[in-house]
Design a protein around this ligand. Structure first.
Ligand code: ATP
Length: 446
């Protein structure tokens, strides 16, 4: 937990523009808005749900699919509370909480100076530790024996299944276990839109290595993870890697670096990469009585691997990608807003747009849509003038538009329009899926 480092060029206007676009176009809605919402809780709308899925898939592709040393799991949100005792979360997953005696607002002591940011009063309570885990009860009886916690991270699911995965996959260190899923933290100061919320989604991987190799694998994963954001369209100048000071390190960490992003309010965390040593496996071994070790048959040695953990926030990454992609320019004398999202991240890959709603065009346009839908996530829009529809697609980041016009009925070709350059080319309908795949894939090999 650390305060963000202030950037020289924060851009609050960008933040407002993106938050506004998210609501207006259906990326993110305040949760239960018809009931007045609930503080800092959000629902993801049609475009947000598509985009979250794409970010998750992009992570999965590079962390699981494109590797032969990482396997996935999908662990339970509610688990045995002893997990949180062993992990140290029950005792140490706390933030220092202070109350302003004047305006009654609550703050994280490490995020404010000696006065209340709301009313300026210096009459603050002593800081006291506040556990961030949400507590609940399993079954009908609300007593301490039934207490359980919503997971504040997905990582522990990987540690407690270490032996199960070893035995069922025959992997050997160095190897990783990955999962994505919801996590819950009773944050004292949620805010900045979906940057910090009490319910969010994480993308985590625990990479188990021989202890002597931990330092070099830590370096490896720092580079790998920084590159991933660039590969999916976040410009280099909006990213940096920041090593933690000794005093910032968590109780389990022998080294941590954050991938930081230049948010509109300054540099802040996007992902944490930590050398967790053998803290977790050792602690779970002690608490459970089951030795979480690896037996190296070649050396005949039992040892407890060290763990390198890249831990990213899905919802926070989506926000960073939206902020990085937001742009405005002028096309044919008209202002436009364009989300320059990576084609694999954009909610829709293709929009099929019949030039007019006339019945003569609909059957062909729908036929093209059905063909493309088998391979790509498509939008279909036949309302309003074509120029406005292009703007609408630009604003949600759709990389390619396919326009079906009256000539299409004669020449069997359609117009493919590029979001960034706005260039249009005529493509025979038969070649359309191949052409679109090539254009989208080309981005991956940049
Ligand atoms: P912070 O210092 O911002 O509280 P942290 O260091 O506690 O974060 P980690 O435990 O390293 O965060 O979590 C890994 C990632 O999960 C973070 O880099 C972030 O992307 C995401 N994350 C953590 N807490 C939240 C939250 N409350 N809302 C949204 N995303 C979060």
């Amino acid at each position: 937990m650390k305060p963000a480092v202030t950037s020289p060029t924060p851009d609050p206007a960008l933040f407002d523009a993106v938050v506004n676009l998210c609501k207006r176009r259906g990326f993110v809605f305040p949760s239960a808005e018809i009931y007045g919402g609930i503080r800092s809780t959000y629902d993801y709308g049609p475009l947000g749900a598509l985009m979250l899925r794409n970010v998750r898939d992009a992570w999965w592709r590079s962390m699981v699919q494109e590797r032969d040393d990482v396997v996935p799991i999908d662990a339970a949100v509610l688990t045995n509370p002893k997990v949180w005792e062993a992990s140290g979360h029950l005792a140490a997953f706390t933030d220092p909480l202070v109350d302003c005696r004047n305006c009654k607002e609550r703050w994280r002591a490490d995020q404010i100076g000696d006065s209340c940011p709301k009313c300026g009063s210096k009459d603050l309570t002593e800081a006291r530790p506040f556990n961030l885990m949400f507590k609940t009860f399993v079954g009908p009886v609300e007593d301490s024996a039934a207490a359980a916690y919503l997971r504040p991270e997905t990582a522990q699911g990987m540690f407690v299944n270490f032996l199960n995965v070893l035995q069922t996959t025959r992997k050997r260190p160095p190897f990783g276990i990955a999962q994505t899923g919801r996590a819950f933290r009773n944050e004292i100061t949620p805010g900045n839109f979906v940057f910090r919320t009490r319910e969010f989604e994480m993308m985590e991987m625990e990479y188990f290595v021989p202890p002597a190799e931990a330092a070099s694998w830590f370096e490896y994963w720092c580079t790998e993870r920084l590159d991933w954001y660039e590969r999916y369209g976040v410009p280099k100048e909006m990213l940096r890697l920041r090593q933690h000071e000794e005093s910032e390190l968590s109780h389990y960490s022998a080294g941590t670096a954050d991938v930081e992003f230049l948010y509109p309010w300054g540099w802040g965390e996007l992902e944490g990469i930590a050398n967790r040593t053998d803290f977790d496996l050792r602690s779970h071994s002690e608490h459970s009585g089951t030795k979480l070790e690896y037996f190296d048959q070649t050396s005949g040695e039992h040892y407890m691997p060290y763990v390198i953990e890249p831990a990213a926030g899905l919802t926070r990454t989506m926000m960073a990608m939206l902020l990085a992609a937001y742009d405005t320019d002028v096309v044919a004398g008209e202002d436009r807003t364009v989300l320059r999202l990576h084609p694999r991240i954009a909610p829709y890959s293709v929009a099929v747009l019949p030039l007019s709603k006339k019945e003569t065009l609909t059957p062909l346009a729908k036929k093209i849509l059905r063909t493309l839908q088998r391979r790509f996530v498509c939008d279909y829009d036949e309302t309003q003038a074509i120029g406005r529809r292009y703007r609408r697609q630009d604003e949600i980041g759709t990389p390619l538009c396919v326009t079906v016009d009256f000539d299409s009925l004669e020449d069997g070709a359609v117009t493919v329009r590029d979001r960034d350059s706005t260039e249009q080319v005529r493509v025979p309908i038969g070649q359309l899926p191949g052409t679109i795949a090539e254009r989208l894939e080309a981005e991956l090999d940049r």
